[in-house]
Design a protein around this ligand. Sequence first.
Ligand SMILES: N[C@@H](CCC(=O)N[C@@H](CS)C(=O)NCC(=O)O)C(=O)O
Length: 203
Amino acid sequence: MKLYYHPLSGHAHRARLFLSLIGQNVDLVEVDLAKGEHKQPAFLELNSLGQVPVLVDGETVVQDSNAIMTYLAKKLGKTEWLPEDPIGAARIQRWLSIAAGQIAYGPAAARLVTVFGAKFDTGEVIGRAHDLLKVVEQELASRDWLATERPTIADLALYSYIARAPEGNVDLSAYPKVGSWLTRIEQLPGFVAFVKTPVGLAA
Ligand SMILES: N[C@@H](CCC(=O)N[C@@H](CS)C(=O)NCC(=O)O)C(=O)O
């Protein structure tokens, strides 16, 4: 398998982390986002949206970090990471939707401002990040993992951008349960870290 990625992309880290936690070998192919390689015809053939990550498994091409985790869990029978029972699957999907919504438009966007110079309203995106973090803190008050009694792809979908939220000037100090949950993920066998950038509160 090949994973087209960029080391500073939290979406790509999400996919890479899952591959590593399940012990799946993968060739990492870095896409030069700064040079616009992701908008060139060769890459657009892999992903018409021109975004990393993309997984290539033989003849099969899978775009989108959450879709990649779903594909891998289903293909490799990792039901402990993506349960098949109706309510288990629904609980995972809820968090994947949050990852593609509130995470992308909250902490991920706040970090895009400081790491990549994106032109978002910082007050708005940081405010969205805190709205979400309050909910996650509350949800983690009664359990260790987001969706089930053990880590699942739901936890991985939220991990990377929450872990690096301080780079986008999102202070995590008011969220101790979130902090412990991040540490629990970092202690999983096979954990691979997301590159740190010394910007924002992480400077
Ligand atoms: N929903 C996608 C989002 C992927 C995404 O936004 N990737 C960013 C890097 S973090 C990217 O490639 N951006 C380039 C662009 O959109 O032009 C996923 O989960 O994989």
